[in-house]
Design a protein around this ligand. Structure first.
Ligand code: BG6
Length: 545
């Protein structure tokens, strides 16, 4: 230890700095600065074992925009294991050198940390490329010999993280071939931390509906055990989403009022200003309900509505998430008409400039009814949330990019200032800003200075940026690192995925039967008028964030 390092903490320091429960257990071990005594041998360290990450579909958009920049930022800012290597697999006939050049350009474009020649040289020595068709056995023969050579040269010890960054149509071929080639080894449980491991990370969309999700779950289960499968939803890697749990469960102030006695309603918004940006082909098959609601918005709902897990660890957290998802009541039958509004952007103006509508985007069918906007009313049938409506809304080409969860509380039972106020104050609102302007605001009524009892709503605001003074890591950094460490807490378990599909399926069915037809909205507006009518009927209005 050097003289500048702080002395080792004493037991008293540890107790004093941690929020422990009465049994001495720390609910937020990952948020505490001193490590985690409850994690098992596999995850009780934040530097992963030496390993090779194999990315299928490495020439695609996701690798260039998200994965490679995140891996670079991780490599520079966090101790990745010695010899850490990445093998890209795709059909394009790149050499290792070409692959490295392409990845460098992607990192320069997308990473937080600037690229220097020396650091890049070191990082890129661990980048390799295998060209081949995902369905061809030869690809896996080539991959296997590449992996063996890397294990020998870079001492990666046979540990593998497979990452499926391809279109989902290739998932079955890749999984099957990983199994038959013997590259993947099915393991139920790793009892010895020194044993070599392999894990697979799967990108969304995980299935297209309940049936196809179940089928994919079955197919994957023939090659990998549930413990080896990491189903990613990048929203869970966002700092602000994890902070919803910290806000609720690491403070005594808020949790007592997070229930039906105090909360009037909850709005979850994920608005995007962009359109489908050249992904018309993908989007035609997906639409906003599958693309955003089944995954990201339901994840936001779980973190705001679940019961406190006993400990911040894989199964404990996911048990609670599944429990709350199982209590969600989606619109059923004719209710779909008024509780599941869909819209599609037409032409309009964004930032003063004219933009085209969805129907003229590349890859979109001219008569497409695909929704680029959804507004949904859900209920949660449990002790805590009965009769509190949850309104979810997402859309593309809305006026601005903003993702937030807004909890609106009931009004005070009796306002003693009624003769003196200009207007009765609105309800208290807690707004969790997921992005941008990451932070939390609490709105409350205050007395306006002066001789009368005038009241006004004022905000109490916390901003991540100014409080912590550094940019948050990208969601993919956290999630890739967790997968390497074997920590599944922020990944979706199979029952979670199935239950989430079960919530959107009645809406998909209702829409397929012509309920709640797709309504046009102009680009640059907040979606179709029917979405406003849905909340107005309950006496509310959408927030204009
Ligand atoms: C992706 C969707 O999962 O999430 C995209 O496929 C969407 O359509 C994106 O634009 C939004 O992610 P973020 O992190 O920008 O909110």
């Amino acid at each position: 230890m050097t003289s500048t390092q702080a002395p080792a903490p004493t037991a008293a320091d540890i107790t004093a700095t941690r929020g422990q429960d009465s049994g001495g257990r720390n609910l937020f071990d990952d948020f505490a600065p001193l490590g985690n005594p409850l994690r098992d041998g596999l995850t009780d360290k934040r530097t992963p074992d030496p390993c090779v990450m194999v990315i299928f579909g490495v020439t695609g958009d996701l690798t260039a925009r998200k994965l490679m920049p995140a891996l670079w930022d991780l490599a520079v800012g966090h101790p990745l294991p010695e010899g850490f290597s990445i093998v890209g697999v795709s059909r394009r006939s790149w050499t290792d050198e070409e692959f490295r050049e392409e990845m460098r350009a992607a990192v320069v474009r997308g990473a937080r940390t600037p690229v220097t020649d020396e650091a890049w040289k070191q990082f890129s020595e661990g980048l390799f490329y295998v060209a081949g068709d995902f369905a061809a056995a030869q690809t896996y023969t080539d991959l296997a010999s590449r992996l063996e050579a890397i294990d020998t040269e870079r001492r990666t010890q046979g540990n593998r993280l497979f990452y499926l960054a391809t279109s989902p149509t290739y998932f079955p071929d890749i999984i099957e071939n990983l199994g038959t080639s013997g590259i993947a080894e099915r393991r139920e449980i790793y009892s010895d931390p020194r044993e070599r491991w392999n894990r697979v990370v799967v990108e969304k969309p995980f299935g297209h509906d309940v049936e196809s999700a179940r089928q994919l779950i079955q197919e994957m289960a023939t090659v990998f055990s549930e413990q080896q499968i990491y189903r990613i939803d990048h929203y869970l890697g966002k700092e602000t989403v994890q902070n919803v749990m910290a806000f609720r469960f690491a403070n005594i102030l808020f949790e007592p009022v997070f229930n039906r006695s105090y909360v009037e309603h909850i709005q979850i918004t994920a608005a995007e200003a962009i359109g489908v940006e050249g992904r018309g082909g993908y989007y035609e098959d997906s639409g906003a309900l599958r693309d955003m609601v089944q995954s990201h918005l339901l994840q936001l709902l779980t973190v705001v509505a679940m019961e406190p897990p006993a400990v911040f660890r894989g199964d404990e957290v996911r048990d609670e998430k599944v429990k709350v998802l199982r209590s969600v009541v989606p619109p059923i039958g004719p209710q779909v008409d008024s509780r599941a509004i869909r819209g599609q952007y037409g032409a309009g103006y964004m930032g003063g400039k004219p933009v085209e509508g969805y129907l003229t985007e590349r890859g979109v069918r001219p008569e497409s009814q695909t929704e680029t906007f959804v507004a949904l009313k859900l209920e949660i049938d449990n002790w805590r949330w009965a009769n509190v409506p949850f309104y979810l809304r997402t859309g593309k080409r809305l006026p601005r990019r903003v993702t937030e969860i807004a909890i609106t509380f009931k009004k005070v039972p009796h306002l003693m200032f009624r003769n003196a106020v200009d207007t009765a104050p609105d309800s208290n609102v807690i707004t969790m800003r997921i992005q941008p302007d990451e932070g939390i605001a609490i709105r409350f009524a205050a007395k306006v200075p002066g001789p009368t009892n005038k009241l006004r709503n004022v905000p109490m605001d916390f901003y991540y940026g100014s409080t912590f003074g550094e940019t948050s890591p990208d969601a993919y950094e956290r999630l890739i690192l967790d997968a390497m460490l074997g920590d599944p807490t922020l990944f979706q378990r199979r029952d979670e995925v199935e239950t989430a599909w079960g919530i959107v399926q009645p809406v998909l069915d209702g829409w397929a039967n012509g309920l709640s037809p797709t309504r046009q909205y102009d680009s640059g507006t907040w979606g179709p008028a029917e979405a406003d009518a849905m909340v107005r009927e309950d006496g509310f209005h959408w927030r204009r964030p």
